[in-house]
Design a binder for this molecule. Structure first.
Ligand code: ADP
Length: 499
């Protein structure tokens, strides 16, 4: 069986570093690529060798597939891992890599192609009886027929671009009067944004949860599921907090979703690591949304509860090895949470807030993992996704994992830029999150910037109280309280004395 000797990671930052760490543990030499903006990045320093691809913009560096292949050939690289984003779901790139005689650490170009189109994906799984959101399973060709279908499905409906991704290319239509206008807009937007005007209709689920299943398949045709990840805490249809397992998924539901996900993977002869996304309604009925044919940002929570290194498994599968475990061998151990620490300002609509990491001190301790790609003093470049780090915790239960995450957030010291840390703390402490009763509307329902101020005031009060107790303890022998003073009175007195 083939053994990969030298792996090039066609990516940057935390994910590049995370992949290379595993490669090194497997005795594989690593090659990093970087743009001029990332010259001093930890992923460049960590690699055995590193190559500059070009100027900072992605289309002049990380998206230059042909150049990456050329570099790989020149350096004797025998495998390329694409990470997530950039070229990871580009079927043409995967094909060129394979044609150049290099292993692509990911699924076949055919699987990427089918699952890259939401409509082709729906069609591929049609015959397997996978539950799907009511709507059309083909591109809309004429307005009258589409309007009729929307009526049958029932408003509100969602118009989606077949080639859409990253939360973009979706329009909600509340009632029939806006249908035609919204449809025309959606088509022209899809055409200009994705170069493909194909759109389709889905029933708009008003109170949805986003729950996805991690799958892993080998080239021999075996596929297993590594349980679910709850990804309902989103802003702008993009995830910020993920956890495994989900607070609402019972064992039978887990089995049903897992088996459906395996069928989706089998429908496109999938191998490697992949994610089948489902939307779950208020009755906990689940519907297939799409499949992501790559390693996900949030994969660590699955690693924490299963004890499997997903990158290692990807590499072994890419080498042609059969999976070393069966479905029955997999169990869930404890609970894991991940928060995405973005350089964004939650007080200002989560707009990116780039700049210098003046202070950057990571939290430490048992059950804490930080996947990042920056060091103190570095700038967060404007050219890429503004994620600074992923903070991941693991503990025996959901409650304990939440407590551990709050502690870790409090120990994370970042100055120089605004981050989503305080926002994530707000979510974790919110009753609705704690009870598990939430959906993708959490942010719009419960969050406003002033909530961060309230939280701050509460923290200040706790600090003040702690300070007061401390001073009291140190001075109690010299302080006198009259035995008949009222409790409230005496408290006020203490405070007056202290100040
Ligand atoms: P993308 O490829 O852009 O990530 P998805 O189809 O995965 O698009 O959907 C992204 C998010 O949009 C989901 O997590 C969910 O919050 C919302 N969404 C998608 N489809 C529906 C639907 N039919 N009803 C309600 N919300 C939806």
């Amino acid at each position: 069986m083939y053994k990969i000797k030298k792996l090039l990671v066609a990516n940057r930052g935390e994910i590049s570093l995370r992949i290379m760490r595993t490669a090194k543990e497997m005795g594989i030499k690593t090659v990093a690529v970087y743009s001029e903006a990332d010259r001093n990045s930890p992923h460049v320093k960590f690699a055995d060798e590193a190559v500059c691809l070009g100027p900072p913009p992605s289309n002049q560096s990380y998206l230059l597939g042909d150049k990456i292949i050329e570099v790989s050939k020149a350096m004797g690289v025998d495998a390329i891992h694409p990470g997530y984003g950039f070229l990871s779901e580009n079927a043409a790139f995967a094909k060129k890599v394979t044609e150049a005689g290099i292993i692509f650490v990911g699924p076949s170009p055919e699987s990427i192609e089918v699952m890259g189109s939401k409509l082709a994906a729906k069609n591929a799984v049609l015959k397997y009886g996978i539950p799907m959101v009511p709507g059309t399973d083909h591109a809309i060709s004429g307005i009258p027929a589409a309007k009729q279908k929307a009526k049958e499905v029932g408003y509100p409906i969602l118009i989606k671009a077949s080639a859409g991704g990253g939360g973009k290319g979706m329009r909600i239509v509340e009632d029939e009067s806006e249908f035609e206008e919204q449809m025309n807009r959606a088509i022209s937007e899809a055409q200009s944004a994705f170069g493909d005007g194909a759109v389709f209709i889905e029933k708009y689920i008003t109170s949805p949860r986003h729950i996805e299943i991690q799958v892993l398949g080998d080239q021999q045709g075996d596929v297993v599921y590594l349980f679910e990840r709850e990804c309902s805490i989103q802003r702008r249809h993009q995830k910020v907090i993920e956890e495994a397992p989900s607070a609402v998924v019972a064992p039978e539901m887990r089995k049903a979703m897992g088996e459906a996900a395996v069928l989706v993977a089998k429908a496109c002869n999938y191998y490697g690591a992949g994610t089948v996304e489902f939307i779950v309604d208020e009755n906990l009925d689940f519907y297939f949304l799409e499949m992501n044919t790559r390693l996900q940002v949030e994969h660590p929570v699955t690693e924490m509860i299963t004890g499997k290194d997903l990158v290692k498994e990807q590499i072994l599968v890419a080498e042609g090895k059969p999976l070393s475990f069966k479905q029955e061998d997999l169990t869930i151990n404890g609970h894991s949470l991940e928060i995405r620490v973005y350089a964004e300002d939650p007080r200002n609509n989560f707009l990116p807030d780039i700049g210098k990491l003046q202070t950057y001190i990571r939290p430490q301790g048992p059950g804490i993992r930080v996947d990042d790609g920056f060091e103190q003093g570095m700038d967060i470049p404007i050219y890429y996704d503004p994620m600074i780090a992923k903070l991941i915790v693991h503990d025996g239960s959901r409650d304990k994992a939440i407590q551990r995450m709050v502690r870790a957030i409090d120990d994370y010291q970042i100055t120089g830029i605004e981050t989503t840390l305080g926002f994530c703390r707000f979510v974790l402490e919110h009753q609705s999150f704690k009870s598990g009763d939430f959906d993708t509307k959490f942010v719009e329902k419960y969050f406003s910037p002033d909530k961060l101020d309230i939280q701050w005031k509460e923290e200040e009060l706790i600090l003040l109280a702690a300070l007061a107790v401390d001073i009291f303890e140190k001075n109690k022998s010299s302080l006198k309280v009259s035995p008949d003073s009222q409790l409230t009175g005496s408290k006020t007195n203490w405070k007056n004395r202290l100040i």
